[in-house]
Design a protein around this ligand. Structure first.
Ligand code: PEP
Length: 249
């Protein structure tokens, strides 16, 4: 059985004190025991949020990690540091990091392997731009992103990975992919996993949708057979909306 997952990507939002309040508000609310609820605050908030959620079912994710272990890498944060702070997940390859920090598939693959090595579950993001969507070459593009990254993992490593399909044209734009558009890609990714790994990997890998998913549209998106939950940006900053999304399965 695939896990139902809702993960909140806070991006570079909230001050540490505000993030703590948000985490406390989330923890106070109830959500189905079938759902894995994850918050991904900025690195500066991880220590306090980790404490705030310690006695709850809410899990902690980082938004990024270094592909190096330790040493002279100013400004970087290692996988082991994240584990000691209580993280069990890490977002890898978000389109904003690919775009603004020039993270290549090669680097993202290294980060994914590093995360798996220390026991962090990677939430590996892929997705096409508006131009690629309009050119109608998005399926080939998704395959290429996977060919250059997750395909290079061993079967054992791939078992540990979650995938988030996040069309760039839908992120933070208010323009959600329709449930049918999202389902098409999710089914395509699952078929890809079946072809390149095996049916078991395909059936067991949770594939999340991300891109303007909110309390109003989550139910319809999550009702699609290959959509196993969401990676939520803006709507994860309001505890009530986030919990409504978590209860949308
Ligand atoms: C995201 O950045 O991962 C995201 C899905 O953002 P939003 O929900 O705001 O579109």
């Amino acid at each position: 059985m695939r896990k139902k997952i809702v993960a909140g990507n806070w991006k570079m939002n909230t001050l540490p004190s505000q993030g703590l309040t948000l985490a406390e508000d989330i923890v106070r609310q109830s959500f189905s025991d079938q759902t894995e609820l994850i918050v991904a605050p900025p690195h500066t908030h991880l220590f306090s949020v980790s404490k705030a959620i310690a006695n709850s079912r809410v899990k902690l994710s980082a938004q990024n990690l270094s592909n190096e272990n330790f040493g002279a890498y100013t400004g970087e944060v290692s996988a082991e540091m994240l584990v000691e702070l209580g993280c069990s997940y890490c977002i890898i390859g978000h389109s904003e990091r690919r775009q603004y920090h020039h993270e290549t598939d090669e680097i993202l693959l290294k980060k994914t392997i590093k995360a798996i090595e220390v026991g962090l579950t990677p939430i590996f993001c892929i997705g096409e731009s508006l131009e690629i969507r309009e050119n109608n070459t998005y399926l080939a593009y998704i395959s290429k992103q996977l060919d250059q990254s997750l395909l290079k993992l061993s079967r054992n490593q791939m078992e540990k990975v979650l995938i988030a399909y996040e069309p760039i044209w839908a992120i933070g734009t208010g323009k959600t992919a329709s449930p049918q558009q999202a389902q098409e890609i999710h089914a395509y990714i699952r078929q890809y996993l079946s072809t390149h790994f095996d049916v078991q990997i395909a059936e067991n890998t949770s594939i999340l949708y991300g891109g303007s998913c909110n309390a109003q549209n989550a139910k319809e998106l999550f009702s699609q057979i290959d959509i196993d939950g969401g990676l939520i940006g803006g709507a994860s900053l309001k505890a009530n909306d986030f919990i409504t999304i978590a209860n949308s399965f």
